[in-house]
Write a protein that binds this ligand. Sequence first.
Ligand code: S3P
Length: 176
Amino acid sequence: MSNLYLIGFMGSGKTTVGRRLAERLGWPFTDTDEEIVRREGMEIPEIFSKGGEAFFRDLEQAVLLELSGRAGWVIATGGGIVVRGRNVEIMKESGRTVFLFAREEVLLGRLAEDEEVRPLLQGDSPSARIRQLLQERRGMYEWADLTVDTSDKSVDAVVGEILQHFGRADRNDRAV
Ligand code: S3P
């Protein structure tokens, strides 16, 4: 296996799980949002206010393309990376992907008071916006090699499930 990608809605725990998973595997870790911020020298909300969502998505795609050329990295992605079909192809071609799922009410709880760092949730009703985005993105994450429901699990339990799955795949078919 080359890279291990983590996808899922905002608040699903991709960065936290990704860091812990990378530690356990002894692999390097990165996050597409952090790479974008580092390269642009601007925080995500600033990037959105400067060029809108399309500008952000272009940067995100360029970063993903570059990271996909690496091998043996754990890569956490932004929640909207799946809205561009090409990004899905890039991830499929360059590694395995884990979808971190969480129930809507769990996401609403985790994302409460977090909207200032997430430009797509700014406005009068972040919870209505979350519901709308969940609706728009329904079905877009389900292509992943593994889905883990993180709703009622600790970070270590989620990481354990991922390691167990890919460890088993390795023994069975040398896929990892
Ligand atoms: C976004 C998710 C964010 C970030 C940006 C857009 C999205 O990442 O990429 O604010 O469209 O869902 P997280 O999923 O890490 O919050």
